[in-house]
Design a protein around this ligand. Structure first.
Ligand SMILES: Cc1cc2nc3c(=O)[nH]c(=O)nc-3n(C[C@H](O)[C@H](O)[C@H](O)COP(=O)(O)O)c2cc1C
Length: 186
């Protein structure tokens, strides 16, 4: 199992490609990783958290705290726990927040707290992906040392065709496995 013992925070944001994160999570679990899923509020409109909690064996984290019990989710602890922080799919909005330190949800707040490598798999329509603000934000993330898993060209959910489709889960998994095996060698 190539990812045995690796602790991965998988963040899912509000893109139609959220369904692909189900396959990605399956792949990570099969490869032996321990996965904690974080979802933005928008992501939960696309795929139910129950799907991810069932597959990961851990409750999905989304809110900073519970109003009922007063319990809270520690972004700092999560940041220290993770061997990899992965955002897949990453929306334009989340990428913009990551690039500019806007910590108004658990995903971005945890991003700002992690000490581990960060990978980001954008997913959006071609015009959003081609917008100058997106290019600038992605360049900022690269400058922070984050790895961008480039989207591919093809048919998009909008019916248009172009670059913006999130990379396929199997290829994201391969990227992660290669990353950890090269890290082991160095
Ligand atoms: C049907 C539908 C599909 C969407 N798909 C995307 C997408 O693929 N990429 C994206 O950046 N935004 C997409 N959006 C817009 C985001 O959901 C919206 O910007 C949201 O605020 C993102 O929040 P988050 O980044 O906190 O998850 C979509 C919206 C709808 C209604």
């Amino acid at each position: 199992m190539p990812l045995k013992g690796k602790k991965i925070v998988l963040c899912i944001t509000g893109s139609i490609a959220a369904y692909k994160a189900v396959y990605l999570l399956r792949g990570l679990m099969k490869a032996g990783a321990e996965v904690q899923v974080l979802m933005t509020e928008a992501a939960k409109e696309f795929v139910a958290p129950l799907t991810f909690s069932s597959l990961s064996g851990k409750p999905v984290l989304s809110a900073f705290f519970s109003k009922e019990s007063g319990s809270w989710n520690s972004h700092v602890d999560l940041g220290l726990w993770a061997d990899l922080f992965l955002v897949a799919p990453a929306t334009a909005s989340t990428i913009g927040k990551m690039a500019n330190g806007i910590c108004d949800n658990l995903v971005v707040t945890t991003y700002m707290s992690v000490r581990c490598p960060v990978m980001v798999a954008p997913a959006m329509d071609l015009d959003m992906f081609g917008h100058p603000s997106m290019l600038e934000n992605l360049n900022k993330l690269r400058a922070f040392g984050n790895l961008i898993i480039e989207p591919v060209s093809g048919e998009l959910a909008s019916g248009l065709s172009g670059k913006g489709r999130m990379e396929e889960p199997d290829n994201i998994l391969k990227t992660i496995e290669i990353f950890f095996s090269e890290k082991k060698k160095s």
